[in-house]
Design a protein around this ligand. Structure first.
Ligand SMILES: [Zn+2]
Length: 950
């Protein structure tokens, strides 16, 4: 579709190429001449044309649609409010001012309504603007009810859908400012909101009359404010990109950094919860998330492989909308607008995927920007400048142009207007498709197996079953509970079994989450995880049924997440807790911190009950019975009485003083570890680089956990570049948002070699260091433990979406498990880390370094009598691969696994009087792989027994 507004293409050679020889006033005059003709029927706000022209570096980076601000007699413009245009050089609006403007806009325009949809971790509001014509704003409740009715084909038959669509409007949700250093989107949508509210251009009148536009101007206000303060403190006035200091603060929220957009399946972050609240209130047809990372505007669509549990109409709609944007902006002569080749379309776990997984369209832009609001000559990656079928007019070649914050606004806003125009013109089609997608999903549940999933309530860890069910409910997936015994053709299940019937609108999403993934072996490297199967993540049995009779079974819908209550049977004096793999045992241990808890080192039986190794033995202690009743109620654990302490080898498990080291150079994945511990109410100390450097670690901690970090060894030691220091991150009058969740006088310099020596002293003095994922590089490669060598062929980084470049790099690696569930076997089934698991299980693995099997010692230099020492497998607790030969991959995909099988997944190596437990995977991946967590909890609970071993 062509843009309906009269446009004039400005080819670069005729236009306003940035040219030092061209006097500034000439540039302004030329731009003004071009755009003034486009303004009618609007009147330009006096001065706005010149100000926008001055902030735009080249004429080809501007469209007539956004080359002026429409004047309005009664409605407050962002320029009047901010005393500058959005995207003015060297300025960024913080959340309070952005919200103040939104309130002023809503107060002055009958076409705008202001809502609050959430509150951030640090207590800032998360807000939403709704924009439509006066009739639309008056009818918002009716319009919301219409899309809600279209979302559920069980309640709305096709004839009723037709009647509803006749008066309904598509709802288009725009999400700005999620990644805080991608700072231009907030500026862009403030101006977009005003333009939509006041412009009388035919195109915009049509958008107002046909669409409800929702704008979340600051999706993550905590990060926005930290970023804005960071800009003014460290970046303002600096225009040489090569010499810029770090462009982002160490935190964007309490727990997250870039990963804040990766929790569509788990709803961890408040920003995500707010979008879900919006989803189930408004039932939008599009969720559009604004990012900045590539030149000059990439409108998201993925390459193969695509996810087959997403309706084909969604892919078709997303491509149509994107090519409309490419066409429109290319028509304006704006270079560098493209689509398609930005990673795969396999995993839908991003914030925009909330739409894709719910029969709507998840969309996104990557524009050119990042961090600074200053105008700079930027470095330009080469591959974005080639002509391709999906990029007909690429960005200018490397380092040939200046780029400004306003250029970024021009691209964002013009493309969003094109998308909204396209939406308005096909409003009824998009609504009908939305209805059809829900209908297709529901009909599949009626017409083809599986017809449902059965989730037995009484599996090894009933609270974890409840957690899985709660997560499904929060995602909008309906779950029932059998009110009597179920007999289906696959077998029988008792009353209380959870049942996910698939005759529901989000059937496709339920199937996607509850079955394993099979990423094609011949496909390119994925952008993120290739597996997210909930049964694999939770280590739970979820059974598909091909019996349509499941629909006729006696089932009651679950309205609330279930809570499992445990029991304490008998009056003691001894109590036993059977270890059946409960994830809650770490929390239970800390809940019972003041009591002595012995753990059996061998299986035993009492009164015909078998207790495996790892089961708890609680000797008589004052107040124990009451404390156990509390723990049982809260944590869903069952304690049984015994007359006497059973005669079995056991060890005591005093709770350790726990430290979690979070390096300033990468707080993102450590954030997930902290989140998980906080959810379990585990007390721990947040250990900063400077706390490591300060030493005396053994006096403060028994166990130090070093989570996975996306850093190579040198970065793990040396941290952020010292040349940038001192770089304080603490609360001051000019940086009131700094200093949370941790504060520092200087975040540069890492732990340094002095800190590394302190870690060695910690081990020498008998501490337990537990390292996860790439955190294991530090002890293994810096020599805190010996005998293991890093080998070629592993990809050292996890999958945090590096796009084309990362994919190309990863393709060269031989062994890859980019976020897959793969099998492991216990090499030492008697080790405390094995408690609660069978001999063989599986874990979730991203791409981590490949290490040799340990040897007694490694060759120091080449000579005929000083070769590597003999292989010593005694430190291998868990190894990659299934010793009985089951296929390596449970869900996802792996490449080159033959290099991995038999090597260590978990090492326990002595160091001084201490030990290092090194994981070659991350058991705390984004609060997803809950079935893996016990491996880490076991190491923490049994720290003393691990240290006592030779
Ligand atoms: Zn981003």
């Amino acid at each position: 579709m062509l843009p309906r507004l009269a446009t004039k293409t400005v080819p670069p050679q005729e236009g306003l190429m940035h040219n030092k020889l061209l006097p500034l006033l000439t540039v302004i005059a030329l731009i003004a001449r071009i755009v003034c003709a486009q303004v009618a029927p609007d009147t330009a706000e006096p001065g706005s044309v010149e100000e926008i022209a001055r902030a735009t570096t080249e004429g080809r980076f501007l469209s007539p649609w956004v080359s002026y601000l429409p004047a309005s007699a009664g409605v407050t413009s962002p320029r009047a409010f901010l005393h500058r245009i959005p995207g003015a050089p060297g300025e960024l609006v913080n959340s309070a001012t952005a919200y103040a403007y939104c309130r002023a806009l809503a107060a002055s325009s009958p076409r705008v309504r202001f809502f609050t949809i959430g509150r951030s971790e640090e207590g800032r509001d998360i807000v939403l603007l709704a924009i439509a014509d006066e009739a639309g704003i008056r009818d918002l409740e009716h319009l919301k009810a219409a899309t809600a009715a279209l979302a559920d084909a069980r309640k709305t038959d096709p004839a009723a859908a037709d009647r509803i669509i006749a008066t309904a409007r598509p709802i288009y949700y725009i999400n700005a400012g999620l990644h805080s250093d991608e700072s231009g989107s907030t500026e862009s949508v403030l101006e977009l909101a005003y333009r939509l509210a006041v412009s009388e251009q035919p195109m915009i009148r049509r958008i107002r009359a046909s669409v409800v536009v929702l704008i979340n101007p600051v999706a993550n206000p905590d990060g926005r404010d930290k970023q804005v303060e960071w800009f003014y403190r460290y970046l303002k006035g600096k225009t040489d990109q090569a010499s810029l200091p770090r462009q982002a603060p160490p935190y964007w929220s309490r727990y997250a950094f870039v990963d804040i957009n990766r929790d569509a399946h788990q709803q961890v972050h408040e920003t995500t919860k707010a979008v879900y609240r919006m989803l189930f209130e408004w039932y939008p047809q599009v969720i559009h998330d604004l990012h900045e990372s590539v030149a000059l505007l990439m409108t998201w669509n993925g390459t193969n492989p695509i996810n087959q549990h997403v309706d084909p109409l969604t892919y078709a709609e997303r491509l149509e909308l994107s090519f409309h944007e490419v066409q429109t902006l290319t028509g304006f002569g704006m270079p560098g607008v493209w689509t398609w080749n930005f990673g795969d379309d396999w995993a839908h776990l991003y914030l925009d995927s909330i739409a894709t997984n719910h029969n709507a369209d998840g969309r996104g832009y990557e524009t050119f920007g990042n961090g600074s609001a200053e105008t700079m000559r930027t470095e330009q990656p080469g591959e974005e400048t080639s002509v391709e079928w999906y990029r007909p007019l690429p960005a200018p070649a490397q380092a040939s142009f200046l780029w400004s914050a306003r250029d970024n606004v021009n691209y964002n806003e013009t493309a969003l207007l094109a998308a909204l125009d396209d939406t308005a013109q096909q409003a009824k089609t998009l609504l009908n498709n939305f209805y059809l997608k829900g209908l297709h999903s529901y009909r599949k549940g009626l017409d083809q197996p599986p017809y449902g999933f059965l989730i037995p309530a009484e599996q090894g860890d009933p609270p974890r079953v409840a957690q899985l069910v709660a997560r499904l409910l929060s995602l909008g997936i309906e779950v029932h509970r059998a009110t009597s015994a179920l007999t289906l053709k696959e077998g029988s299940w008792p009353a209380g079994t959870y049942v996910v019937r698939l005759d529901q609108p989000y059937r496709d999403y339920a199937v996607d989450l509850l079955t394993d993934q099979h990423y094609p072996k011949d496909a390119p490297e994925a952008y993120d995880d290739v597996s997210w199967s909930f049964p694999a993540h939770y280590h739970l049995a979820v059974i598909p049924t091909a019996d349509p009779e499941v629909r006729a079974a006696p089932l009651a819908p679950l309205a609330q997440p279930p809570h499992v209550t445990g029991t304490v049977s008998g009056a003691g004096p001894v109590f036993l807790l059977k270890d059946s793999g409960q994830e809650g045992l770490l929390e239970a241990r800390y809940t019972l911190a003041k009591f002595r808890v012995g753990l059996a080192e061998r299986a035993f039986s009492v009164a015909d009950t078998e207790y495996p190794a790892g089961s708890w033995i609680l000797a008589p202690q004052p107040g124990l019975a009451a404390a156990l009743r509390d723990a049982a109620t809260k944590l869903g654990l069952d304690f049984a009485s015994a007359a006497a302490v059973p005669d079995v080898a056991r060890h005591e498990t005093p709770v350790p003083r726990l430290g979690v080291w979070v390096p300033w150079a990468d707080t993102d994945t450590s954030g997930w570890a902290r989140y998980t511990l906080d959810q379990r109410h585990i007390p721990y100390s947040y250990v900063r680089d400077e706390d490591i450097r300060a030493g005396k670690l053994r006096e403060k901690y028994d166990v130090l956990v070093y989570p996975h970090v996306d850093l190579e060894l040198a970065e793990q030691i040396e941290g952020l570049h010292k040349a940038w220091g001192p770089m304080p991150f603490k609360k001051t009058s000019s940086t009131p948002s700094f200093g949370t969740p941790a504060s520092s006088d200087d975040i540069t310099g890492g732990i340094g070699y002095g800190g590394l020596a302190e870690l060695q002293k910690f081990l020498d003095a008998g501490g337990l260091l537990i390292t996860l994922g790439s955190g294991s590089m530090l002890p293994l490669e810096a020599g805190l433990v010996r005998g293991v060598r890093r080998e070629a062929g592993g990809t050292p980084r996890s999958t945090q979406g590096g796009g084309v470049a990362a994919a190309a790099a990863a393709q060269n690696a031989e062994t890859r498990t980019p976020g897959a569930h793969v099998r492991v076997s216990f090499a030492r089934p008697d080790h405390p880390i094995a408690y609660g698991y069978g001999m063989r299980t599986w874990v979730f693995r991203q791409n981590f370094p490949l290490y040799s099997i340990p040897r007694r010692y490694l060759r120091m230099a080449y000579c005929t009598v000083c070769l590597d020492g003999p292989i010593d497998r005694s430190g291998i607790v868990l190894e990659w691969g299934d010793r009985d030969g089951a296929p390596f991959v449970v869900s996802g995909q792996a490449w080159g696994e033959e290099n991995l099988i038999g090597r260590a997944a978990i090492l326990d190596l002595p160091a001084g009087k201490g030990h290092v437990i090194a994981f070659n995977f991350n058991p705390l991946h984004r609060d997803l792989n809950r079935g893996d967590q016990r491996l880490l909890w076991n190491a923490i609970i049994n720290w003393r027994a691990i240290l006592a071993a030779p």
